[in-house]
Design a binder for this molecule. Sequence first.
Ligand SMILES: CC(C)(COP(=O)(O)OP(=O)(O)OC[C@H]1O[C@@H](n2cnc3c(N)ncnc32)[C@H](O)[C@@H]1OP(=O)(O)O)[C@@H](O)C(=O)NCCC(=O)NCCS
Length: 324
Amino acid sequence: MIGLHSVVRGVGSYLPQKVLTNADLAHMVDTSDEWIVQRTGIRERHIAADGEFTSHLGLKAAQAALVDAGLTAADIDLIILATSTPDQTFPATAVTIQYELGITRGAAFDLQAVCSGFVFALATADAHLRMGSFKRALVIGAETFSRILDWQDRGTCVLFGDGAGAVVLEAVPEAEAQGRGLLTSHLRSDGRHRSKLFVDGGPSSTGTVGHLRMEGREVFKHAVGMITDVITDAFAATGQSADSIDWFVPHQANRRIIDASAQKLGIAPEKVVTTVQAHGNTSAASIPLALDVARRDGRIKDGDLVLLEAMGGGFTWGSALLRW
Ligand SMILES: CC(C)(COP(=O)(O)OP(=O)(O)OC[C@H]1O[C@@H](n2cnc3c(N)ncnc32)[C@H](O)[C@@H]1OP(=O)(O)O)[C@@H](O)C(=O)NCCC(=O)NCCS
């Protein structure tokens, strides 16, 4: 079998129209713009409209990624949607997106690893593509966390936002890829931490959707160590380093976690792509949203070495290194 690389062909994203600022939140709970900015770096976030579902956001991001790739839906035979806020318990929201795109071949499924979902989905798509099972994949992160927030809980409702991002990955023979594609990925989880960031409902336990609950300080305490561990693994596996990467595109949860991780790894601040100020934490959507911003404003160019990382509920965490 010939060696295959999973090469990024295109990226796209979508944000709901409605913007919720910190000042807006200060009218809803006992908080302030100053507190939120100082602790998290977040200034505003987008919120899905009534009747606007995760599938709608994901579909728009997928369509934008297809346009960027110069492809049509007919070229896609695999859809993996990373989400923790599906339209329904089942069928998978990926199947709704597949239907809306008019695709009736290949496979579509959801993947649930909370905020690490996009990195887990990318690694999963890569494995399928390199095995030759599929030719072109849409890897989507789409979330409507606004629907599972407790809007009375100031410790969590100020942190999250809605949005979607997507990339098109294509299996390309090694000889043609010229070093481009996903170079390595490292996925981890540890269920001992599952009660530190969770939703207090579900089909099999309460029969309700539930609300997000978090021990913020505990999450913060573990985040930087977990993130830097999987990045060190990515560097060891590839011989790359903080100096050789062009862009660091971390999960956008909190400015302080991003800055502390970059600093610990020795990644120069000008290489760090940060969108948390404008998007809040959009969970599985945050990395592809940030990728799209940095691609469109001209920062990420063909051939650039791009480092991704994420951590989230579970805990789950992971890294991926790719040559764009
Ligand atoms: C949530 C987070 C910003 C809170 O910051 P913190 O410095 O740890 O703050 P604490 O939770 O210890 O609370 C400190 C004080 O601020 C208060 N507070 C909490 N949320 C507040 C808000 N939105 N506005 C104002 N005050 C708030 C607390 O009630 C507490 O008050 P007290 O000292 O009178 O009890 C921080 O823990 C964090 O970022 N954690 C990681 C969260 C994350 O990224 N999760 C997603 C991972 S994918």
